[in-house]
Design a protein around this ligand. Structure first.
Ligand code: BTN
Length: 269
C-alpha cells in the first residue's frame, strides 16, 4: 500500500496535481460525457494519436459488456485509452488481458495487502471477491485486416458500487481506501505503458502468467452464464487468444469466447 493518499477527485485535479503521465500519453479531461469510450472514439476518428487518454467526471450512458449499462455517478473513475495496435482483431483480444493486468497492478499497489485483488475472466477486477472494476474494449478497422483504432475503457468503483448486480460489486471506499479517482490515473497509465511494451516485446505469455498469478477460480469449478443458458466445468486456463478453457463433466475441453463467470455452487471446489 502506498503511504500517502491525496484523495484527488476529478473535480479538484488542478494543474498543480495533474497526474504525471508516462512518455507518449496525453490526458484529456472532460466533465460529463455519454461514454468516455464514445468520446475517445470520436477523437480517434479525428486522428488522435495512440496514448490519448480521456477521463470524465461522470457518464450519462456508460457502457458495459454485452450492451449492459455501466452506472456512472460522480466519484468513480471513468477512463478510456486509445491504442493504434498494428495487429489483427483476434490478436487485439489479448490487449484486454494486458489492460486487466495493468489495472490489477495499479490497484493492488494501493489497497491493503490483506485485501485480495483478482482477475475474473475475461477482464474484471475483483476486490475481496467482489467486482471493483470492468474493462470494455471497442475497436474498428479501416476495411483492411488490421485495426485502425482500439479503445480500452476502464470503470473503477472508487466511492460507490451498484447494488443490483448479479455478481456482487464493491468500491475502494468499502475497504478503507481514501483514494480519489484522480489518484489512479497516472498509476494506471504507467502500468498500461509498461504492460503494452512487454506484450509488444514478449507476446502474450508474460501477460497470461501475471493474470494467472491473480486469477479468480482457476483450477476450480465455475459456471459460465450466457444469455440463453450456462455451462459448468473446471476453469483450466486461457487459450492463446484469451479464450477460456473449460473442462466439462464429460471430459471435453471447450473454448469459450464470452460469458459471465460465477462460482459453480453445485460442484465441489
Ligand atoms: C464491464 O465490466 O461490463 C465493462 C465496464 C466498462 C466501463 C467503462 S467506464 C469507462 C468506459 N466508458 C464506457 O462507456 N465504458 C467503459
Amino acid at each position: 500500500m502506498t503511504p500517502a493518499h491525496t484523495g484527488v477527485t476529478f473535480d479538484t485535479m488542478s494543474d498543480a496535481n495533474t497526474p504525471q503521465m508516462p512518455h507518449g500519453y496525453d490526458l484529456v479531461k472532460r466533465d460529463r460525457v455519454t461514454s468516455t469510450n464514445e468520446s475517445l472514439r470520436a477523437l480517434a476518428d479525428e486522428g488522435a494519436p495512440e496514448g490519448t487518454m480521456l477521463v470524465a467526471r461522470s457518464q450519462s450512458a456508460g457502457r458495459g459488456r454485452y450492451g449492459r449499462r455501466w452506472q456512472s455517478p460522480e466519484g468513480n473513475l471513468y477512463l478510456s485509452v486509445l491504442l493504434r495496435p498494428d495487429c489483427a482483431p483476434m490478436q487485439a483480444l489479448q490487449l484486454g488481458f494486458v489492460a486487466g493486468v495493468a489495472l490489477g497492478d495499479a490497484i493492488s499497489a494501493r489497497v491493503p495487502a490483506s485485501v485480495p485483488v483478482q482477475h475474473k475472466w475475461p477482464n474484471d477486477i475483483l476486490l475481496d471477491g467482489k467486482k471493483l472494476a470492468g474493462i470494455l474494449l471497442e475497436s474498428g478497422t479501416t476495411g483492411g485486416a488490421k485495426l485502425d483504432w482500439l479503445v480500452i475503457g476502464m470503470g473503477v468503483n472508487v466511492v460507490s458500487a451498484p447494488k443490483d448486480t448479479a455478481f456482487p460489486a464493491t468500491a475502494l471506499a468499502d475497504h478503507g481506501c481514501t483514494l480519489g479517482p484522480g489518484d489512479l490515473i497516472a498509476p494506471i497509465a504507467h502500468a498500461l505503458s509498461h504492460w503494452i511494451e512487454r506484450w509488444r516485446k514478449d507476446g502474450f505469455a508474460p501477460v497470461r502468467a501475471a493474470w494467472y498469478a491473480r486469477a479468480y477460480r482457476r483450477g476450480q469449478a465455475v459456471q459460465v452464464r450466457f444469455e440463453n443458458g450456462a455451462k459448468s466445468g473446471l476453469f483450466v486456463g486461457l487459450d492463446d487468444d484469451g479464450a477460456m478453457l473449460l473442462q466439462t463433466a464429460g471430459g471435453a475441453r471447450e473454448r469459450l469466447s464470452y460469458g459471465a463467470v460465477f462460482p459453480d455452487i453445485g460442484a465441489a471446489g
